[in-house]
Write a protein that binds this ligand. Structure first.
Ligand SMILES: Cc1cc2nc3c(=O)[nH]c(=O)nc-3n(C[C@H](O)[C@H](O)[C@H](O)COP(=O)(O)OP(=O)(O)OC[C@H]3O[C@@H](n4cnc5c(N)ncnc54)[C@H](O)[C@@H]3O)c2cc1C
Length: 468
């Protein structure tokens, strides 16, 4: 049920990044106007901007996220591919080294993964969102170079946003108020919602963190001879005995991104020499060897804030009426699992589903929508937090018996998934966010994981693709 022109509902979206644009698509047709407040000015062509500092690093869009994106904005995955994004089928097109050896290259074709730079992805999604907006009854206005600095309302109800222009004449930079029926916080990992809550006289939402202490460093490369360049990406994530990892993937324009990662005590250096040296110390020399046939075409950029952090706005009484948080403002993930953007799309879908049920941002809508966002986030959160537990400072010590059993099972499952097409398919279904976590404990998967003998993966990166 979409809102009619006279419904009078209005929305403000704080942050015009990925989650902000997807929030706009969810709201189209359900409110009369949407005002997007974006701190940056958008570049004329796809380019890095300060407001998305993680954009220099490798970003893949999982199949679950692609489905959600296309559901919200039909044709966007094709538009991204047309713009140069590379589609890599898992596990065929991403050679992966697991703790027990290399994964077999099953030609499964269930999970295409998009490999693309963030500036291009954001530009395509933004362009298509604004096109969809132009064709809808909802009027969308984007205020660039405008920063949200607070909320208006009281402890029980948010009624709008205080904003301030950036740049321009000093006289224009004083804060002014915008009012709306609904305020969506999509301002990313630096969201100030907890502080804004305090100004409204509310306690901050409960914050849960699980920090593996990972840091990233990334550099762009171009193969010296495109004709002999590899045609598949490589992923060598770290593991407890070797807490350094790397991923080397093709993106648009014939470029490749190398992201190196390491947990505390093993952070990758950001100087060119140190970065190259670090690439030789990850779990397998394969990526380092490939670099001999590529030229670096960018400086090395680092990133340290990679904690899994969830602010539980969905808990009873944790969010005032009229306020909703999604994207990284609600939950961030250890980026090693490549889930954040997909979860933002799944969360926006959940918001749209709630709007369709309630008919618009009516009283009670935000609590219901925030719970739907929380359910959309849950599978990725449980998977990321479970996988990161061994890397936290208290590691196993903080875990109960159930958690230790789950860690034991998960460890066997990952080893089995590398060599077993049935367990591997279930593992990918869950990690690509297309199946619930319960798929990992289906009787067939448990039997194969627990009772089949533990065998190592392949000794070298496989060339042969195996049909399944
Ligand atoms: C190193 C790294 C690698 C990652 N790799 C992957 C990956 O491979 N796959 C994946 O799916 N995810 C990945 N992620 C996660 C992904 O980057 C985020 O989940 C995603 O960007 C979330 O989108 P968002 O719109 O919530 O936040 P952002 O993309 O950060 O956008 C926030 C927007 O809000 C604006 N803003 C901020 N504050 C204000 C304010 N006060 N007023 C107005 N505007 C404001 C910013 O300018 C920006 O435009 C990675 C993250 C990191 C850190």
């Amino acid at each position: 049920m979409a809102a009619h022109a006279g419904s009078g509902h209005t929305a403000i979206v704080i942050g015009g990044g990925l989650a902000g644009m997807l929030a706009v698509t969810a709201l189209l047709g359900h409110v009369e106007t949407i005002t997007v407040v974006e701190r940056d000015r958008y570049p004329a062509a796809p380019a890095f901007r300060k407001g998305v500092p993680q954009a220099r690093h490798l970003h893949i869009l999982l199949s679950g996220g692609q489905r959600a994106l296309d559901d919200l904005l039909p044709g966007t995955v094709a538009a991204l591919t047309e713009a140069g994004a590379r589609s890599l089928y898992l596990p065929r097109d991403l050679l992966t080294r697991t703790p027990t050896g290399w994964q077999r290259r099953f030609d499964e074709r269930r999970h295409p993964t998009l490999s693309v730079t963030r500036p291009l992805l954001d530009a395509v999604v933004r362009e298509r969102t604004l096109l969809a907006a132009a064709a809808s009854p909802t009027r969308v206005e984007v205020l660039e170079a405008t920063e949200a600095v607070g909320l208006t309302g009281d402890a029980g109800r948010v009624t709008g946003v205080r904003v301030r222009s950036r740049g321009g004449e000093p006289a224009d930079r004083s804060a002014r108020e915008l009012s709306a029926t609904l305020v969506v916080d999509a301002s990313g990992r630096g969201s100030r919602a907890p502080q804004w809550y305090a100004e409204l006289g509310r306690p901050a939402p409960h914050e849960e963190t699980v920090d593996a202490g990972i840091a990233y460093a990334t550099r762009e490369y171009r193969p010296s001879d495109p004709d002999t360049a590899p045609d598949v990406g490589v992923n060598i994530p770290g593991w407890p005995q070797c807490p350094r990892g790397g991923a080397y993937v093709p993106v648009e324009d014939g470029k490749w991104l190398l992201t190196l990662s390491g947990v505390r005590g093993h952070h990758p250096p950001t100087d060119a020499q140190g970065f190259l040296g670090f690439s030789a110390t990850i779990g397998d020399p394969y990526v380092h060897e490939l670099l001999a046939r590529a030229e670096p075409v960018s400086p090395v950029h680092g990133f340290r804030d990679t904690c899994n952090r969830r602010r539980h706005f969905e808990r009873t009484d944790a969010a005032p009426e009229g306020f909703l948080a999604l994207g990284d403002a609600y939950c961030t993930f250890n980026p090693v699992y490549g889930q954040g953007m997909s979860v933002a799309a799944l969360a926006a879908l959940a918001v749209r589903g709630t709007l369709e049920r309630t008919g618009g941002p009516v009283p009670g809508f935000t609590a219901e929508a925030q719970r739907a966002v929380s359910r959309a986030v849950d599978p990725a959160w449980v998977a990321a937090v479970g996988a990161d537990r061994p890397y936290t400072t208290d590691g196993d010590a903080g875990a109960g018996r159930g958690e230790r059993l789950a860690a034991w099972y998960f460890d066997r499952l990952v080893a089995r998934a590398a060599i077993d097409p049935v367990v591997g398919a279930a593992y990918r279904d869950v990690f690509c966010l297309t199946a619930p976590l319960s798929r990992l404990v289906a009787p067939r998967i448990v039997l194969r994981t627990v009772f089949l003998p533990r065998r190592p993966g392949l000794a070298a990166p496989p060339e042969a693709v195996e049909t399944v």
